[in-house]
Design a protein around this ligand. Structure first.
Ligand code: ADP
Length: 263
């Protein structure tokens, strides 16, 4: 079985300074990966290189196919940090934004396509905004519409760049809950850039830490015990991750951990 994403020896630079150096990893079907690292560490760039939006050196395969030959883009939903739709002043309805996420959409909208659009909007609780002008919505509402667009083709792989920053607490919970269900119930593979290690910690299966190099890639349990990560983040950052603190027996900080629920 090929991986969903196979990255081998990726190098990338916008100017002379390298942004990514020798990054190799495999994302397996069903993984839910939290991509973390310092600001400017190369996370967004890595996603762009994986999707062919920036051309790096090295090899990328998507669903077993080399990036240059890959055409099944409907298998991938991408929610960018700065969507061109959100930046445009063009008055377009929210439902049309979601419609753009369907493969080969055209001006002649079919009834089944609209059904798909409304189902995706229902999932992100944006159905009520369908006929509203996208730019008139709040940033958080726009983000949920853009998530519906990423979901409408029922992708097998979701790639999300810092999707929760513009959301209020309630929407954020809904957002992570939905992603968690897509992963566990539909088997959707997810690669998510986030600063929220604590919040996503309860949903994700693996962490990837990128700071020009791939500093760490492994399960969240390995992450919490990784000396390399502790050196980068300090010991307590690893221990804000929910799952470890239900039973303090698992936590390497033991009784000194402030997050653990000690008896
Ligand atoms: P992260 O997502 O981890 O914050 P980025 O991938 O956005 O990191 O950025 C990595 C580095 O590349 C940063 O130093 C950033 O300033 C630089 N960079 C990002 N985009 C561009 C660009 N379009 N042109 C030149 N430099 C860029």
């Amino acid at each position: 079985m090929p991986g969903i994403i196979e990255a081998r020896h990726l190098h990338f630079a916008y100017t002379r300074t390298p942004v990514l150096e020798d990054v190799s990893f495999t994302v397996d079907a069903g993984d839910y990966i939290g991509l973390i690292g310092p600001n400017g560490g190369g996370k967004t760039t890595l996603l762009k290189v994986l999707l062919g939006l920036e051309k790096g050196q090295g090899e990328v395969k998507l669903f077993g196919t080399p990036l240059g030959e890959f055409t099944d883009w409907h298998k991938i939903g991408y929610l960018a940090q700065k969507s061109p739709v959100a930046q445009s002043r063009f008055p377009i309805a929210a439902e049309e934004v979601v419609l753009m996420g369907l493969p080969g959409f055209s001006a002649r909208i079919k009834r089944e396509e609209l059904k798909e659009v409304y189902a995706a909007m229902q999932q992100t609780r944006t159905r009520q905004f369908a006929g509203k002008i996208f730019n008139d919505l709040s940033i958080g509402q726009q983000q949920r519409v853009l998530l519906a667009r990423a979901l409408v083709s029922k992708p097998q792989l979701l790639i999300l760049d810092e999707p929760s920053t513009a959301l209020d607490a309630g929407s954020r919970e809904m957002f992570f809950d939905l992603l968690g269900k897509l992963n566990t119930q539909n088997g959707t593979t997810i690669l998510l850039i986030t600063h929220d290690t604590g919040e996503v910690g309860k949903y994700i299966s693996k962490f990837m830490y990128v700071d020009k190099n791939l500093v760490f890639f492994g399960t969240k349990e390995e992450f919490c015990h990784s000396q390399k990560v502790a050196e980068k983040l300090g010991p307590f950052a690893q221990h804000t991750i929910d799952h470890l603190h239900n039973t303090h027996g698992h936590c390497p900080l033991g009784a000194s951990c402030r997050e653990c629920k000690h008896d």
